[in-house]
Design a protein around this ligand. Structure first.
Ligand code: ADP
Ligand code: ASP
Ligand code: MG
Length: 414
């Protein structure tokens, strides 16, 4: 007997028929003798619908109220799934995040889990219940409802698995595992039997939406056995999805590149003709940090006659705010020529722990993009990834060209 946490995404929960299918899959695992905690997302499209409703009534809604509204999607899902399980003759009980309780900080719309009280779930499991726990939501110290950021049900699933020391956390979604890149963009993308934690972490943080970054963070911290699987395969199929691994003994035999991530949510800001003197980066980025805006890729050009250009990227949602701050800085503090921006950019990244031991990977990436005439605007590298910023209209072309250049459609030779 194992204790398994299963998370089902929005498409998997998308209709009464789909919810019935989820219940049957859960029943299948239950019949094998396992204890189960099931974490569903809101039905497909529901969170978007709720957030759009909120914005219709107030274009700048307060996070606290947004979370009250958005969390209802998952509340409906747990109730429906518990009913479907009961209809199959199983003992099931639904829980909202605050009933459990999943304690978070108070950062509305992007709260972090700080503690989970597992006592009710352990009691129910011991009594033979299947626990159905709402994903994406929690409660802060003062009893306010919070949500964990888009895609946050993954994090609820992994955090519960960590708290309960579950034998495995299974993320059921609409693809049968983690692929070399999004199979919707590159149909030749190949499913990976396994991927190292570090690579999965980079892919998620660079834009692969298959797992929310914080779920991967939790998995790494608590060494949760994490697997991504399809909820659309037959219940008794032998499909093992993709396993996230933690050991790296075989790193030398790994392919150089594990996968490609892309992200359309970025925007670029440039401040031109800045006097090149100590403290200038701080003068530009200090006020941006104070406004709680995360900065990603940064470049400063070599100076020409004492003046330089300085560019950085931010999340597209924060583009206007960042632009206002820079314009104000240039008016009041920094003697620069001007500020320009572009919110139609994208970032494409190649990721692989094999990059550590192989030279020339970045050059191969640049060559593949040059061949397609794609202009690279910014570059950022770390030990196991290289990212380029480019015009968003070339994003898909770039991803396909890189997938092809690194031959990711072919299984690596052992
Ligand atoms: P869920 O609703 O189940 O949480 P998501 O839409 O959040 O599902 O995540 C699954 C989707 O992630 C897939 O449909 C796929 O389009 C996308 N995706 C992006 N990158 C990858 C990748 N490397 N491997 C698999 N799927 C990916
Ligand atoms: N329902 C939430 C969202 O759409 C959380 C999730 O699906 O993981 O972002
Ligand atoms: Mg998701």
């Amino acid at each position: 007997m194992a204790l398994i946490v299963q998370k089902y995404g929005g498409t998997s929960m998308g209709s009464p028929e789909r919810i019935r299918e989820v219940a049957k899959r859960v029943a299948h695992y239950h019949a094998l003798g396992h204890q189960l905690v099931v974490v569903p997302s809101a039905m497909a499209g529901e969170t978007n619908r709720l957030l759009a409703l909120a914005k219709e009534l107030n274009p700048e809604p307060h996070g606290r109220e947004l979370d009250v509204i958005a969390s209802t999607g998952e509340q409906v899902s747990v109730g429906l799934l518990a009913l479907a399980l009961q209809n199959l003759g199983l003992k099931a009980r639904s829980y909202t995040g605050w009933q459990v309780k999943i304690q978070t900080d108070s950062a509305y719309t992007k709260a972090r889990i700080v503690a989970i009280d597992d006592s009710l779930i352990r009691r129910d499991l011991a009594e033979g219940f299947i626990c159905v726990v709402a994903g994406f939501q929690g409660v802060d110290e003062d009893g306010n409802i919070t949500t964990l950021g888009r895609g946050g049900s993954d994090t609820t699933g992994v955090a519960l698995a960590a708290a309960l020391q579950a034998d495995e956390c299974q993320i059921f979604t609409d693809v049968d595992g983690v692929y070399t890149t999004d199979p919707r963009v590159v149909p030749e993308a190949r499913k990976l039997e396994q991927i190292t934690f570090e690579e999965m972490f980079e892919l998620a943080s660079l834009g692969s939406k298959v797992l929310q970054i914080r779920s991967v963070e939790f998995a790494g911290k608590y060494k949760v056995k994490l697997r991504v699987l399809s909820s659309f395969t037959p219940h008794d199929s032998n499909d093992t999805g993709t396993l996230i691994t933690y050991e790296e003994e075989n790193a030398m035999e790994q392919p150089v590149i594990a996968g490609i991530a892309f992200n359309r949510d970025e925007a670029k800001l440039t401040i031109t003709g800045v006097p090149d003197r100590p403290g200038i980066a701080y003068a530009i980025l200090g006020p941006i940090a104070e406004a709680n805006i995360d900065v990603d890729v940064i470049i400063q050009n070599t100076s020409h006659e004492g003046l330089t250009d300085f560019s950085f990227t931010v999340h597209r949602n924060e583009y206007n705010k960042a632009l206002d701050i820079l314009n104000q800085q240039v008016r009041d503090q920094i003697q620069a020529r001007g500020v320009t921006g572009d919110n139609k950019i994208a970032k494409v990244s190649i990721v692989g722990i094999g990059m550590r031991s192989h030279a020339g990977v970045a050059a191969k990436m640049f060559a593949a993009l040059a061949k397609e005439n794609v202009n690279i605007q910014m570059i950022s590298t770390s030990e196991i990834k290289t990212s380029v910023v480019l015009d968003e209209k070339y994003m898909e072309l770039a991803v396909r060209a890189l997938h092809d250049a690194f031959e990711l459609d072919k299984a690596p030779v052992a």
